[in-house]
Design a protein around this ligand. Sequence first.
Ligand SMILES: [Zn+2]
Length: 257
Amino acid sequence: MSRASINDTFVLLIAMTIAAILGWTVRGRHDAERSAARIEERPSSGVRVSRTATASALRHVSAELPRVPPTDEAVTRLAPPHVLAPIAEETEAMPPLKDEDASWRPGRDADSPRPIIVPVEGVAPSAMRDMFDEARGSRRHEAIDILAPRGTPVIAADDGVVKKLFTSVPGGLTIYEFDPDERFCYYYAHLDRYAPGLHEGQSVRRGEIIGYVGTTGNAPEDTPHLHFALIRLDPDKRWWKGTYVNPYPLLAASAAR
Ligand SMILES: [Zn+2]
């Protein structure tokens, strides 16, 4: 091997070594940067957005939109979901609503009647017939007749309070029960008799026996039935005042007993 080619080889070796060292260093830096980027891309890898930082970011968003009060509601509307996510994770479950009205269901407005059951023992919802708009003499029926043998127990359609025990010419022996919210009144007529001890002011539970099917008032003697009506009470909550509401859909939808 000539001296010149040894020199050339030596220079080449040095050049390759330098290139290798440089290459390793550069690759190492890229790897480190990629690792850092991966950590930033994975918010769940122990890197948590602090509530203070997020709140500060949210204040910034709010500050750009004048006249928006910095309420939680405003924050919810303005902040994109991923900004709120860490807060949602750290916040305890929402406290229950103060209004614990058990009758409330999504989609039901506060004006809707409460769910009720068929108020005659042993009668299925499928036995109901919508006779609310039928004529009875010169007026509209505005109630549902539930046929059953004389003496069949009449049960409370809903929890409530016996507001009035009344005897009338058309209704005979009747009960007016207010629901717990005093928004609606349940009217039971043509009773054969009341449940023993039943009195005005008494609280009753849904399904509790309050009377028995009969033919008092203007019911045909050979057709014992319960005449059941649902009345939306006027604001002054008088048992004899209100607006008749068709209970048929509620009865038809009620759970069978
Ligand atoms: Zn009737």
